[in-house]
Design a protein around this ligand. Structure first.
Ligand code: DAH
Length: 350
């Protein structure tokens, strides 16, 4: 074959290859036929390339690269069409039996459990005032749950904590979040300002206002020169942040072994606006938390000198606050996971 014959067939092949217009919906078979026609073992282009060797060196140099690039263009084009086709076939019901192009059914968006958002809100109200988060174990020792809080064995205050003890182990399920106070005071040098939310456990009979598992949040401040006035100011701001600026609080004398003096803190009843209703037993006030000035005995028990350090502490029930805030009449609703209840709290997960 001489150069001019070769060139003639090259031009004819190029024209044929470039003129090949795929059918509107080519099949894989169509593509394979085209591939064989040009690129098969005795395909038109393959033959041309084979014949190159009969041309003079000069001509080979000139036309060889053109033939190679035509080959590359055709095979690239065919390969791309083949991938498109395979992809389309996978998507079609023909092969998989599933039409993945159908819109998916709407998926429900998750939301936070009302207690989770209540705990975050309460924690944030205090972290804004400079408190840091502290946590402790739910399975506790008698020492941290009671002894370190000035509640020795046989102390009558233990009666109020119907405790779950672990079988054959000197451990219990913490009955309040106060042991986190003792743990933190032992592990971290004051000054301290901590907030400790968490789950607590009591062997209470379950009813509309009692659950054997519930949440508390503890606050503790230890520094030099802390007074009861600091406690009052802190709790007023805390309650107003959570329940609105019109919220009023009042202190009633009380007793806790780990604080002296101690107080029960009430807030004005949101349900009746203070006029009196069954929820507040007609008093206009609802008991919300326990609080007081840290008992010097507690400081001694955790190894701090009460002559140097002073502090206040408070403990608040999370469910009770949430019930008040969202007007929820029964604590069990928090633990039944009834979607009709949970869906009312439509804060999306952030
Ligand atoms: N730990 C108490 C309870 O569970 C609540 C409490 C009262 C916590 C007074 C305190 C406090 O820190 O000062 O009943």
């Amino acid at each position: 074959m001489n150069t001019s014959d070769w060139l003639r067939s090259f031009e004819a092949t190029s024209a044929a290859a470039l003129a090949w217009a795929p059918a509107e919906t080519p099949t894989l078979d169509d593509l394979e036929k085209v591939r064989l026609r040009f690129l098969g073992r005795s395909g038109e282009l393959t033959e041309l390339l084979k014949n190159l060797k009969h041309l003079p060196l000069e001509d080979r140099r000139q036309f060889g690269p053109r033939a190679q690039s035509l080959k590359a263009r055709i095979s690239e084009f065919l390969e791309r069409r083949r991938l498109d086709l395979e992809c389309a076939q996978d998507l079609s019901t023909e092969r998989s039996g599933v039409d993945v192009t159908l819109p998916a059914p709407p998926s429900g968006r998750g939301r936070l459990h009302p207690l989770t958002s209540m705990v975050s809100e309460m924690t944030e109200a205090l972290t804004l005032m400079g408190y840091t988060l502290a946590e402790g174990p739910q399975v506790e020792t008698d020492w941290y749950n009671f002894e370190a809080l000035n509640i020795p064995a046989q102390h009558p205050a233990r009666d109020a904590h119907d405790t779950f003890y672990l079988k054959d182990l000197p451990l219990l399920l913490r009955t309040h979040t106060s042991p986190v106070q003792a743990r933190t005071m032992k592990s971290t040098a004051p000054p301290l300002k901590i907030v400790c939310p968490g789950r607590v456990f009591r062997r209470d009979a379950v009813d509309a206002s009692h659950s054997a598992v519930f949440y508390q949040m503890e606050g503790l401040v230890v520094d030099r020169g802390v007074t009861f006035a600091d406690l009052k100011g802190t709790l007023e701001v805390f309650m107003q942040t959570l329940l609105g600026s019109a919220t009023r609080i009042r202190f009633r004398p009380s007793y806790f072994p780990f604080t002296e003096p101690s107080a029960q803190v009430d807030v004005n009843c949101l349900l009746c606006g203070g006029r009196g209703c069954p929820a507040c037993k007609q008093s206009g006030w609802i008991e919300m938390l326990g609080a007081g000035v840290v008992n010097p005995n507690v400081f001694r028990l955790v190894g701090l000198d009460p002559a140097t350090w002073s502090g206040f502490a408070f403990g608040i029930g999370v469910e009770r606050l949430a019930m008040m805030k969202y007007r929820i009449p029964d604590i069990r609703l928090f633990y039944e996971n009834d979607l009709r209840f949970l869906r009312q709290f439509d804060e999306d997960i952030v």
